[in-house]
Design a protein around this ligand. Sequence first.
Ligand code: GLU
Length: 271
Amino acid sequence: MFKRKKGLFSILLLAFMAVFMLAACGDKDKTTGGKDKDVLQTIKDNDKIVFGVKNDSNLFGLKNPSTGDIEGFDIDIAKEIAKSILGDASKVEFKEVTSKTRIPMLQNGDIDAIIATMTISVERKKEVDFSDVYFQAGQSLLVKKGSKIKSIDDIDNSTKVIAVKGSTSAQNIREKAPKAQVLEFENYAEAFTALKAGKGDTLTTDDAILYGMADQDNNYELVGGQFTDEPYGIAAKKGNTKLVEAINKALTEMKDSGRYDEIHKKWIKKD
Ligand code: GLU
């Protein structure tokens, strides 16, 4: 009798745990726009958009150590999108992504959209949906002033090129300068630190990001001009047409009202 009771108790405990786990999963769906739910509807239900943004890219998404706020072009555009969709620019939450983590975090439902210096590419379009282009960059090189590297043609098999994992830049440089020794880092803070420590001869990524680095340390400069096209888009989980439409509408409104130009002028000094 006592044994049977114990068995029954175990079954009840297992059933309780199963219900609890299911409820926890359901909750994840509610807060993050999980699998089959329309993400735009989730954003409206939660009255908040969760954007994946860079925290280490000066001018685009950079954490201000004194305030803890993340600041930059991408951040201001994200706030305008929140204003257009939810009527209030402060209804946003920012989660840090790197070039490598941004698509997995979107697929997991950790974030609703990515606005993080992300190039629209054919390859990425297989995994995510993109908004219209909201910024046009191009890949370039950052070197210490006085470097013998003046353009991509100066890269040979003795050149160590620093790049970031998961970026188009890491891929492109292998195609455009196949002899280069490419060293990949987790994020742009680590990459720039490595360049400054002399671990590589040049750092390659979008000129827009490199200008942000040169701005932080004027011993460094851009060389060689743009050697790729990097049109930035805002990414949403595949199939979320309504969210992409709402983002595109926000971008059009921003451009029509002059707000886009204001934000551009605030952060991007060079044309
Ligand atoms: N725009 C390029 C990319 O999407 C480089 C910048 C970045 O790593 O975010 O990969």
